[in-house]
Design a binder for this molecule. Structure first.
Ligand SMILES: Cc1cc2nc3c(=O)[nH]c(=O)nc-3n(C[C@H](O)[C@H](O)[C@H](O)COP(=O)(O)OP(=O)(O)OC[C@H]3O[C@@H](n4cnc5c(N)ncnc54)[C@H](O)[C@@H]3O)c2cc1C
Length: 409
């Protein structure tokens, strides 16, 4: 596509104003044409359409994300694109007080619940010029975009060998070093465990499962939602899942704080433990709702030996669509979907699954979906972040070969 198809947009009012000469009683217009000072580029729908075309046979398919966001497309059709507006950086240089958010960071990523805890911490911090200090393994831009002003990075290997005693000792060390006004934890199995240990060690009251929060009032529900308990926000609180909306469109500093938490915790805690070691777990023994990596089969899978081998090679939990479970290829408890299990894995690798609404309902909480299907138009391909349009029976052994080669190397 060439830029000759792009015409300048005419602004009659600007042109008229430029040609007007105010002499005497009446305005007079110059005869020669004047190029208007402000000229926008005109969009050519035909040029845009052909630039977005990714496939013409058997049906045309368009990728409209290429319209405005791709610089190459823009260059092809001659559109000037303004750089994406930068979210202004919010800096809290001299915080009046600190609110710590102790995060789980499951699997090395800031999870939804972690973001919600940061959002809850922001409510307390923003009420009086305070700053949010996040504490977890690793670091990264995601923390700044979730609302963290300062960050304390725990050693990376703590994510691997999870020892709640050690985290509680680190939290206690931070409590002494930073004197925070509040410390919030996710009300998750790990977060709640650490919070209770810290509360017991510090002899402080812990307000759990907070569902609404303000500088003067924290509430939680109990008795099946029929009873609400309110309290002044205590220093230690756990935040219920899905009670606070994660922040969007913010950018804070997430400035690293260099505090020595690891040595204190390691020295004090590890000698008291009899030892920490990883146990080999059969991925198929894990519950579908808890596992992080799912290999799933649909009616497009016929090579069940390769499917089992691939599950083993990947260390993924096997699952399937209802058709597969109905046919007896997998037990009923392995069915994903509205009438099966709703999963929230980090990765869902789907072989030969069409993506019926009842199946997709079961994977709404999945972070990354990879689909292998012979049909480019399958709903599962639309849902996927990465798609392989190929025969599942060919992809599975190829993948196994690749994994074995990599392991061998
Ligand atoms: C009340 C109700 C509840 C339901 N609950 C559930 C549920 O919980 N879970 C669930 O899964 N379903 C559920 N269903 C069924 C659902 O509607 C679909 O029928 C089912 O999900 C289809 O399964 P499938 O995608 O494996 O099979 P199909 O619909 O047969 O799709 C097979 C897919 O494999 C692809 N394919 C074919 N050959 C190959 C190949 N060689 N390589 C790669 N791809 C290939 C095809 O292109 C197709 O996309 C429910 C239905 C009802 C009515």
């Amino acid at each position: 596509m060439t830029t000759t198809q792009i015409r300048r947009r005419v602004d009659p009012r600007a042109e008229r104003a430029a040609r007007t000469i105010l002499t005497g009683q009446r305005p007079r217009l110059l005869r020669q044409p004047v190029v208007a000072a402000v000229n926008e580029r005109r969009r050519d729908p035909r040029a845009l359409r052909s630039a977005a075309l990714v496939q013409s046979q058997p049906r045309p398919r368009y990728d409209w994300t290429r319209d405005a966001t791709s610089p190459t497309t823009a260059a092809t059709v001659g559109i000037a694109i303004a750089a994406a507006p930068m979210i202004p950086l919010k800096v809290i240089a001299e915080p009046a007080y600190l609110v710590i958010a102790m995060l789980d960071r499951p699997g090395g990523e800031i999870g939804e619940h972690d973001r919600q805890v940061i959002a809850a911490a922001r409510l307390l911090a923003d009420a009086g010029g305070g700053a949010v200090v996040t504490v977890c393994t690793g670091s990264g831009e995601a923390l700044a975009e979730a609302g963290s002003d300062r960050h304390v990075a725990l050693p990376n290997h703590w994510a691997e060998d999870y020892v709640p005693e050690r985290r509680a000792a680190a939290a206690s060390a931070l409590m002494t070093a930073l004197s925070p006004r509040h410390i919030l934890f996710p009300d998750s199995p790990d977060g709640a465990d650490v919070a209770r240990r810290l509360a017991a060690a510090a002899g402080e009251r812990l307000f759990t499962s907070v569902q609404s929060l303000g500088p003067d009032r924290a509430t939680r529900q109990s008795a099946g939602g029929s009873l609400e308990t309110a309290h002044r926000p205590t220093r230690l609180m756990t935040v219920a899942a899905d009670a606070f909306a994660p922040l969007d469109g913010v950018r804070h500093e997430a400035r690293p704080l260099d505090l020595e938490t690891s040595s204190v915790a390691a020295e004090e805690v590890l000698p008291r433990l009899g030892g920490v070691r990883r146990l080999a777990v059969d991925p198929d023994a894990l519950s579908l709702s808890e596992t992080d990596f799912i290999l799933s089969a649909g009616n497009g899978v016929t090579d069940w030996h390769s499917f089992a081998d691939l599950g083993e090679a990947l260390g993924a939990t096997r699952a399937g669509s209802r058709v597969v479970c109905d046919a007896g290829h997998l037990p009923r408890e392995r069915q994903v979907g509205a009438s099966g299990t709703v999963v929230s894995a980090r990765c869902y690798l789907a072989f030969g699954i069409a993506g019926a609404p009842q199946h997709l309902q079961g994977i709404t909480g999945v972070r990354h979906v990879i689909a292998v299907n012979t049909d480019l138009h399958a709903e599962m391909i639309k849902r996927a972040d990465l798609s392989v349009v190929a025969d599942a029976q060919a992809v599975m052994p190829a993948l196994i070969r690749l994994i074995r080669e990599r392991r061998h190397d």
